[in-house]
Design a protein around this ligand. Structure first.
Ligand code: FES
Ligand SMILES: [Fe+2]
Length: 399
């Protein structure tokens, strides 16, 4: 532990900057471990919104499939014999057995066969055959197709919604960031995958993502690459005195990567050519973020992209599934250095995972009712307000 002795300036409330000017109450601490709150969040958020599952290239071939587990629900995504993307609950219509135990693969034939009593289903979900000696007179196979789930493919991303009446897709995708179209996401392929399970509530991870107050002590290497993070902010307008530095082009004031670095990698060097449709500003910045709450953020760099899926596994357990997307030609380059690209983000994500777990461990103190948000944490406030709106009156803020 270290102790700061500096008295901080007081905000009057009329400052022209993006930060918070009031001491805002954070969410109640028990929302981060209560089974009841977790259940409400699944129902009102994760089982309603469109959720990012994977890049379309992971289901590139007909008959390829992938299992997707979230909040105790298991889904089966596949491309049928005609190349149509389909999603079903991973549940047999006979007596409800799990259909598919593997995480991903490719069906060898044209049928999905239940491992229990071997009912077979076509890849479009129709029940094709049972294994009984005879079927009851009133048994109609047409009444027992696999249970379908909404699925969308958008800019190379595959999304599902468990809601029977899903929200408008365009509204929900990548809130507040419309520039993802400058990246050729649909043409990229997965070059690397990384999975991690964190002992924290899913909101703790998102809150940590939404602030850089922790950056200098938790991420020294990242602050070297992105100097403004070393000042505990992520955007120049996050500090009240920003106008004093407005003409200063140094990255520690203007943002962007350190001099000489062009992308997120250990060396700072790119893995291949710069994507052709990026604006000059996007190239100069070296990093852009697209967020689709609650399931994914996507980092767009000049030469590759990285998708980070956030999966609630329990009130105090959250999975991360990360994919690095590259142009196929980049992966085939003789000088391609996968480690140089991937190790940097893995390091930062491991640091964030440890910080999130540390945060979670402290939240259970019986005397701790809730935290308080500081000026730099305005994106955390926006996230928490979004959670409050989605839960509405379902979960009390006090008890
Ligand atoms: S539960 Fe699938 S065939 Fe019986
Ligand atoms: Fe972080």
């Amino acid at each position: 532990m270290t102790q700061g002795k500096t008295a901080r300036p007081r905000l009057g409330g009329d400052e022209d900057f993006d930060g918070l000017t009031r001491a805002e109450a954070a969410l109640p601490a028990h929302w981060y471990y209560d089974a009841e709150t977790y259940r409400a969040e699944l129902e009102r958020i994760f089982f309603r919104d469109w959720l990012y599952v994977c890049h379309a290239s992971a289901l590139g071939e007909n008959r390829s499939y992938r299992r997707f587990d979230i909040g105790g629900q298991s889904l089966l995504l596949l491309r049928d014999n005609d190349g149509i993307l389909r999603a079903f609950h991973n549940t047999c219509r006979h007596r409800g057995s799990e259909l598919c135990a593997e995480r991903e693969g490719r069906f060898s034939g044209k049928l999905i066969v239940c491992p229990y009593h071997q009912w077979s289903f076509a890849l479009d979900g129709r029940l094709v055959a049972t294994t009984s000696h005879a079927e009851a007179g009133d048994f109609d196979k047409a009444e027992y197709p696999l249970l379908e789930v909404g699925v969308r493919e958008f800019r190379g991303g595959i999304f599902v919604s468990l809601d029977e009446d899903p929200p408008d897709f365009e509204d929900g995708f990548i809130r507040g960031s419309d520039r993802v179209e400058n990246w050729p996401m649909a043409d990229l392929v997965v070059g690397h995958r990384w999975r991690e399970t964190m002992a924290c509530n899913w909101k703790v991870f998102w809150e940590n993502f939404n602030e850089c107050l922790h950056c200098p002590n938790i991420h020294p290497e990242l602050c070297d690459l992105v100097p403004i993070y070393g000042r505990r902010i992520s955007y120049y307008r996050d500090e009240p005195g920003w106008s004093a530095h407005v003409a200063d082009a140094q990255p520690k004031y203007r943002g962007g990567l350190r001099e000489g670095a062009v992308t997120w990698s250990t060396s700072g060097q790119a893995s291949g050519p710069v994507f052709p449709d990026l604006t000059d500003e996007e190239v100069a910045r070296g990093q852009s973020y697209f967020v689709s709450l609650p399931s994914v953020f996507i980092a767009g760099h000049v030469d590759y992209m990285r998708t980070v899926r956030v999966l609630p596994l329990g009130p105090e357990e959250t999975g991360l599934e990360v994919e690095w997307l590259f142009p196929r030609e980049t992966l085939q380059r003789a000088d391609f250095d996968l480690e140089d690209i991937t190790e940097f983000a893995r390091l930062v994500m491991r640091q964030d995972a440890q910080a999130s777990e540390m945060n979670q461990r402290g939240l259970r103190a019986r005397a701790f009712e809730r935290g308080v948000l500081m000026p730099e944490e305005h994106h955390v406030k926006a996230f928490q307000d979004w959670v409050r709106r989605r839960l509405q009156a379902d979960v009390a803020e006090s008890r």
